[in-house]
Design a protein around this ligand. Structure first.
Ligand code: TXA
Ligand code: MG
Length: 316
């Protein structure tokens, strides 16, 4: 059952409790309703992908209440400082280098070294972020491939029964997703959105770069290289492993695996462990080593896991 919460002290405290337990809560921002989960909790982030039925792990936006909170997770460039000072809180997302001590789940950034971060202006989003006290990963609160929700009943129509709660804050004012700006190193418009590019350019005193197709679509196949790719070679559908391979297993039958994505065969647990175990297997395999991965069922979150594994195994 998905509960509909009123954004008073009691409702917000309950929503924050859900987030603390790793549950998902949809909440209003000035752009669209977000599907929120604790950005530090691998399982909570895995559940976001599961609830949306997303067939791939594309990077999510991390929501924080203010600039000071953002500084705990990313490093700012002078240009980014200027945009944040002018437009936060508001419908602007900045993609910036992740701090080594950020403590975010690698699923949030899909293994990228950068994080998309935003300070929403909506008073209910602000109140929830402050009640929770941590970073909230939130894509739009709709099933994959459907239009973004701008009212609580839109969220319920798509996700009822799949999430713990929705905080009903009425209709979203902007109705368009946030504008996303990246810096590599010059400011570039990664996604047009609720804040017009012209307004940003006026603030910067310069035109925004138009990114290449690859930079613009972080989960497009051509962008594979910028996702974390193991140094070791990766062999898929491998059970059991061959001598000399570091075997990443799945399920109870993967006895003898160096690492097991989920001994019980739970796809949410497997997704939560995926990026950690790819790194760990890479470390165990050493330079020029070999990783083997057991078959993963190709349904539900398994589709996103297999998508990511195919990228890791792609020739490079
Ligand atoms: O208005 C919004 O931005 C809404 C509300 C809920 O805040 N959120 C939203 O999130 O639209 P989402 O997950 O649907 O959009 C995330 C997009 C990705 O598809 C990708 O284009 C970009 O943000 N993105 C995230 N992390 C990135 C990164 N590290 N590098 C480049 N692009 C990134
Ligand atoms: Mg979306």
């Amino acid at each position: 059952m998905t509960e509909i919460l009123t954004p008073n002290d009691q409702g917000l405290a309950r929503a924050a409790d859900h987030l603390r337990r790793g549950e998902l809560v949809a909440f209003p921002t000035e752009t669209v309703y977000g599907l929120g989960g604790d950005a530090r909790d691998d399982r909570a982030v895995a559940r976001i992908f599961e609830a949306k039925g997303r067939p791939s792990f594309n990077p999510l936006i991390v929501h924080v209440p203010d600039l000071a909170a953002a500084r705990r997770f990313v490093t700012f460039t002078p240009m980014a400082e200027r945009l944040a000072a002018a437009f936060w809180p508001g419908p602007l997302t900045l993609v910036l280098p992740m701090r080594a001590d950020a403590g975010l789940s690698p699923l949030v950034s899909a293994g990228l070294p950068t994080v998309a971060i935003r300070v929403p202006a909506h008073p209910v989003a602000q109140a929830l972020l402050r009640a929770f006290g941590g970073p909230v990963a939130a894509p739009s609160a709709n099933p994959s491939g459907r239009v973004s929700p701008t009212r609580a009943d839109h969220v319920m129509a798509g996700l009822s029964g799949r999430i713990a709660a929705v905080v009903d804050g009425g209709a979203c004012a902007v109705g368009l997703e946030s504008t996303i700006v990246g810096f590599d190193p010059v400011p570039a418009l990664l996604r047009p959105g609720g804040l017009p590019a012209e307004v940003l350019e006026e603030c910067l005193g310069a035109a925004l770069a138009v990114p290449t197709v690859q930079a613009h679509r972080p989960n497009a196949p051509g962008q594979l290289d910028s996702h974390y790719a193991p140094g070791a070679s990766v062999r898929l559908q491998a059970s059991p492993s061959l001598p000399g391979e570091v075997w990443i297993g799945f399920g109870p039958q993967a006895e003898g695996a160096a690492l097991n994505l989920s001994p019980t065969g739970d796809l949410v647990e497997a997704a939560a462990n995926l990026f950690h175990y790819l790194r760990e297997a890479d470390r165990l395999a050493g330079p020029g080593g070999r990783i083997a991965v057991a078959p993963i069922p190709d349904h539900g979150l398994g589709r996103a896991i297999n998508d990511r594994l195919r990228r890791a195994a792609a020739p490079r």
